[in-house]
Design a protein around this ligand. Structure first.
Ligand code: HMG
Ligand code: MG
Length: 317
């Protein structure tokens, strides 16, 4: 055999022809690192991800630098991403008007607000109740839309919360509806601590659809799985079978959330690409280049990638 092994391509019924991968490694992946990652390493990471064919790379967050010190260099990083091909989208997180102004001053055209389905995480992540945080986001979304920006609305703790336990579907639908009514173009359903299983994913998508929030109509619905219990790929497949076509993933499986200690890495982008290649679903990603990027990043971070696919493809004979 020459080159890297590839999965045998055997399409399955009921799946989209193409999936857009929303790469979150530079943001969700690096926000949780203890060691400071130098800004030039972050910039190089984003450039390498784009060169591997990822066309949506969540670059950083314009949050309070004391809350997320790892991303305190957003002002230094963002200008270093100029010069990427024009089709590469660089969304950034903004919690409030201050964050939006910091981001747009640098030319950001895609922003994300980030709500919680549960009260405890809203408090810990945003220092506010769920409704107070929605009140904080409403003027951000309104102003971003006036300025012609694309707005993603994250929704965390959709499938379980480390403090509150089970999260009723209706509670998730209520906050999703509020984000949709605000004018978000896209919702991303976050399994922040990785407790979702495929039937739960299908049930939430059905509950959202019953409220008029179908996966393919505006706001479109994306999924954001953390892989704590090894369920992220199964959950992704369930979502694809229910009309979702944008999937969040993190190169090398980096990730976590500093405000939810039980959150581990996101679904690894390489594991996702491997499954989608086998299913014959296009992503535009060059898997070898992506693995090389994650190995390079793992060297910078001083520990191996938790991704099975990175491990397998970087140890080939
Ligand atoms: P707060 O302390 O309530 O802020 O924090 P405040 O509004 O009371 O303002 C206090 C001070 O902070 C003021 O300064 C503001 O100007 C300043 P002062 O007047 O005292 O000198 N400030 C800012 N400075 C810079 N940039 C800003 C900013 N905002 C206020 N944007 C706040 C509220 C929302 C700011 C804070 O809680 C925060 O920054 N939280 C960020 C948390 C975070 O980034 N979490 C990780 C991302 S979410 C996630 O990972 C989940 C996800 O992956 C999906 C999933 O997995 O579920 C998306
Ligand atoms: Mg996350």
């Amino acid at each position: 055999m020459t080159g890297s092994p590839l999965p045998q391509r055997v399409p399955a019924a009921g799946l989209p022809a193409r999936v857009r991968i929303h790469e979150v490694g530079p943001r969700d992946g690096l926000q949780n690192e203890k060691a400071t990652v130098p800004t030039d390493v972050k910039a190089s990471f984003v450039h390498r991800l784009a060169a591997a064919g990822l066309t949506t790379v969540e670059a950083t967050s314009f949050v309070h630098p004391k809350w997320v010190p790892q991303l305190a260099d957003a002002e230094d990083l963002f200008p270093r991403l100029a010069g990427l091909p024009g089709d590469v989208r660089l969304p950034v997180l903004v919690p409030n008007i201050r964050g939006l102004e910091r981001a747009t001053a640098l030319g950001a055209r895609r922003v994300a607000v980030f709500a919680s389905a549960t009260e405890t995480f809203a408090r810990r992540n945003l220092n506010r109740t769920v409704d107070e945080s929605l009140a904080m986001f409403a003027p951000v979304v309104a102003r971003a839309k006036e300025e012609g920006l694309h707005v993603r609305g994250y929704l965390s703790m959709c499938f379980g919360d480390p403090w509150e336990g089970q999260v009723p579907l209706a509670q998730v639908v209520r906050v999703a509806r509020a984000l949709a009514d605000m004018g978000c173009d896209e919702l991303s359903l976050g399994d922040t601590i990785g407790t979702a299983t495929p039937g739960h994913v299908a049930a939430l998508l059905a509950a959202l659809a019953a409220d008029g929030l179908g996966a393919a109509t505006r706001p479109t619905i994306s999924v954001h799985f953390h892989d704590t219990y090894g369920q992220a790929l199964a959950n992704t497949l369930a979502a694809l079978q229910h009309g979702v076509t944008t999937v969040d993933a993190s190169a090398g499986g980096l990730g976590g959330c500093p405000f939810a200690k039980s959150a581990t890495g996101n679904l690894a982008t390489e594991d996702l690409v491997w499954m989608l290649q086998g299913l014959g679903v296009e992503t535009g990603v060059d898997l070898d280049r992506l693995v090389a990027t994650s190995v390079w990043m793992a060297d910078r971070l001083g520990r191996p990638s938790p991704s099975r696919t990175v491990t397998a493809l970087s140890h080939k004979e």
